[in-house]
Design a protein around this ligand. Structure first.
Ligand code: PHE
Length: 350
């Protein structure tokens, strides 16, 4: 009995000695094999020997061999973990001098909305807050919706100002968002309160304030008792909100075949402030025309079967790009479409 106990002690001592000598991963592995190998490891042999003992000795020695096994396992595991920690801290140490934590991280660029889209959203939000619906219409229009229903008779000289690309004699790229007025009035009954943003096309030579394709937002209100005062109040509120109260506006009498009376709205030139006689944005006048408006012509109401004796309305069409130019103080509208990311990325929603 004593013999076996001494044997276990001896094994333990040899293990401690071997472990203390193991200085690297390889020699640790050797110790692990020598004592724990399931084939010929020392523990395995001890367990084999247990079988030869008398039953009453087996229990006590079995417990001792088991304790030794746990002891060896834990010591080897602890040593292995220590190695890993040492290795990691060595890597950190080696790199710590080389990582400059004050440098900005590498950011992914996820893209951003185009400034015109952002500006259109701001416009939409102001009108949504006033209870307007947003309507859409086709960019390829018929002659009827783009001109005739809006009171432009065939061959009328007023059409010259709205010349465009024709797809067939009857189909054309719409020159304004006003045809959506007609489509909306055909679909809905008064009271009507809508805005319709979208692209429009014209025969224009590009310059700082003109493009052959640009964005407009149309507005239309039809109800009983609508007057020019509603038009003025609405547009003043809209522009003051859009420009944070910091803009001068003026109404100027004008003419459109589909409104009577009509007015255009100018805002002060934010590029030169009216101080540069050669300003390419306002031509030195200090004012930029951004919007056409007026009371819906009774003939237009008749064209869509709305009784002009009972109902009246106002409409307006705003050039989004030109207004955005003023809001962002950009001296040339063409910048919006040159796809220079250094320009495009500067804009975010306020
Ligand atoms: N459609 C006109 C234009 O493009 C603007 C306008 C809209 C005028 C609505 C009056 C009423 O110039």
């Amino acid at each position: 009995m004593k013999d076996f106990k001494a044997k276990i002690e001896e094994h333990k001592k040899r293990f401690e000695k071997a472990l203390s000598r193991a200085k690297d991963e390889k020699s640790l592995q050797e110790v692990r094999n020598a004592f724990m190998s399931r084939k010929r490891g020392e523990l395995k042999l001890l367990f084999e020997e247990l079988k030869t003992l008398k039953p009453e000795e087996k229990a006590a020695f079995g417990q001792m061999v088991n304790d030794l096994k746990i002891h060896i396992q834990e010591k080897i595991r602890a040593r292995g973990e220590l190695k890993v920690i040492k290795k990691e801290s060595a890597v950190l140490k080696a790199s710590s001098g080389k990582i400059d934590l004050t440098l900005p991280g590498q950011k992914e660029y996820w893209g951003s909305p185009h400034p015109i889209s952002l500006f259109q959203q701001e416009i939409e939000n102001i009108f949504i807050a006033m209870g307007y619906f947003i309507e859409d219409g086709p960019e390829i229009e018929t002659d009827y919706y783009n001109f005739e229903a809006l009171n432009f008779p065939p061959y009328h000289p007023a059409r010259d100002d709205w010349d465009t690309l024709y797809i067939t004699d009857d189909l054309l790229l719409r020159t304004h968002t006003s045809p959506v007025q007609i489509r909306a009035m055909e679909k809905r009954k008064p009271p009507i309160r809508i805005i319709t943003p979208g692209k429009v096309y014209r025969r224009e030579t590009p310059d700082p304030t003109h493009l052959p394709m640009f964005y407009q937002v149309e507005g239309l209100v039809v109800d009983e008792g609508i007057t020019f005062a509603h038009l003025k109040g609405t547009l003043e509120h809209f522009l003051k909100t859009l420009f944070y109260e910091k803009i001068k506006i003026r109404f100027r009498p004008s003419f459109f075949p589909f409104t009577e009376p009509s007015a255009e709205i100018d805002i002060e030139c934010t590029v030169c402030g009216g101080k540069n006689e050669e300003c390419r944005v306002c031509g030195g006048s200090g004012w930029i025309e951004i919007l056409g408006s007026g009371m819906v012509d009774p003939q237009v109401l008749k064209n869509v079967n709305i009784d002009p004796e009972k109902y009246s309305g106002f409409a307006f069409g705003l050039g989004i790009d030109r207004t955005a130019m003023s809001a962002f103080q950009i001296p040339d509208m063409r910048f919006f479409y040159e796809n220079d990311l250094r320009f495009i990325r500067q804009f975010t929603l306020k």
